[in-house]
Write a protein of this length. Structure first.
Length: 219
């Protein structure tokens, strides 16, 4: 089973994947020992986006298949990287942190709606916004409204982020202008001080300075 990926669709959703370690008979070891001997084997349980189907494969075989699918441009390299990362977390006894805004706790929908989506492995607002026709059918009544709500919310967040960047840039520009003004003020104060010193200089000193300048010009 492979998952189609269209290069032009930058919002393609990666299948949901979890890992399990299962005891499997080591037949060679069982024959040698004369009794049942088990070994631990890690499996990947893969659910296509918004589907209830589950594909079970050994982790090594699954990752190798993904590499082939990348070569054939069926899936992006980012999926392989993400699933390797998830497997490494599994080996450490940890769960991979979600990328995106978690559905659980998202205040735009009710707790019951959140639970329904989570059970379908729609774990982030981004996944809800990208929900395909099969996902819409599975959610049922109100699915389109939920999808539109997620899409609108993400657009507003993006606009807010852009506005924040603009405000930050304006603040930086204002700070630079203030710094320039301080430099100019210091230079003006220096010029004023020099002017006042010249005005208050005794005439003898002024004459001597003028003679010195004249001598310099002759040389």
């Amino acid at each position: 089973m492979a998952f189609e990926f269209i290069d032009q669709d930058e919002h393609a959703v990666m299948p949901f994947i979890r890992f399990e370690r299962r005891p499997i008979e080591d037949k060679a070891a069982s024959v040698a020992a004369g009794h049942y001997v088990a070994k631990d084997v890690d499996y990947a349980l893969i659910t296509p986006p918004y589907s209830k189907d589950v594909l079970i494969k050994k982790v090594d075989a699954w990752l190798e298949q993904l590499k082939t699918d990348v070569s054939n441009k069926r899936v992006p390299q980012s999926w392989v990287d993400a699933q390797k990362k998830a497997y490494n977390y599994f080996l450490k006894g940890q769960e991979l942190p979600l990328e995106g805004t978690p559905i659980k706790g998202w205040g735009m929908i009710s707790p019951a709606q959140q639970e329904t989506l989570v059970k379908m492995h729609v774990l982030t607002v981004e996944q809800l916004a990208a929900m395909n026709d099969e996902g819409v059918r599975r959610v049922g009544i109100g699915a389109i409204e939920l999808k539109n709500k997620a899409t609108a919310w993400l657009k507003n967040i993006k606009k807010a982020g852009a506005s924040t960047l603009e405000i930050t840039a304006l603040k930086k520009e204002n700070e630079n202008l203030k710094a320039d003004m301080l430099v100019l003020k210091e230079k003006m104060n220096e010029l004023i001080a020099q002017h006042e010193a010249m005005v208050n200089m005794p005439m003898d000193d002024v004459v001597i300075d003028a003679i010195d300048v004249a001598n310099l010009m002759e040389h």
